[in-house]
Ligand binder design. Structure first.
Ligand SMILES: [Zn+2]
Ligand SMILES: [Zn+2]
Length: 166
């Protein structure tokens, strides 16, 4: 009995010197080679589509709009994965901010990395200005001060609730 003409196969021939599996593959894909395994990067960008200047994630999405991408057994937020591919690891506590306000967008040009520390410093600055203005107006009573924003801003809800998906 003839065997499949591919050296490493050895299964009985079905048609044109090939076993059923290799014959099917030849017929469907034009080659008997297995489909090459895609890299994480190829899989990632295959899940995106250009919309205007944004590159929008069309794979699985979080209810808040972020894309999710699984690689090496980890579920990443798609925009963070895109950032890390382009720029390297995101420092602990840093937040990847969408300058385009389009949450499923993974265009690195539209993302910026802001540290929590920078956010806190900014909030302190805002508070100081608020307080200064109130004092200038002579109305820095405890009533007004207590309505100022919290000293340390709470991070955006999705960052804490889904913080595991780096
Ligand atoms: Zn075969
Ligand atoms: Zn964008």
């Amino acid at each position: 009995m003839d065997t499949c003409k591919l050296d490493e196969c050895g299964k009985p021939v079905h048609c044109k010197g090939l076993c059923p599996m290799h014959y099917q593959r030849q017929r469907l894909t034009g080659t008997t080679n297995p489909r090459p395994r895609l890299t994480d990067s190829e899989r990632f960008w295959a899940n995106t589509r250009r919309e205007g200047n944004c590159i929008v994630w069309i794979g699985g999405r979080h209810p808040l709009g972020y894309g999710y991408f699984g690689a090496q057994g980890i579920r990443y937020r798609a925009h963070r994965w895109a950032w890390e591919e382009a720029k390297g690891p995101i420092p602990d506590g840093a937040v990847i901010h969408h300058m385009c306000s389009n949450k499923p967008c993974v265009n690195v040009e539209h993302l910026e990395c802001t540290s929590q520390a920078a956010n806190v410093a900014e909030a302190l600055e805002v508070r100081k200005v608020h307080k200064g203005n109130l004092e200038m107006l002579g109305c820095a009573s405890s009533l007004y001060v207590s309505t100022l924003p919290e000293l340390v801003p709470t991070p955006p809800r999705e960052e804490t609730t889904y913080g595991e998906a780096r």
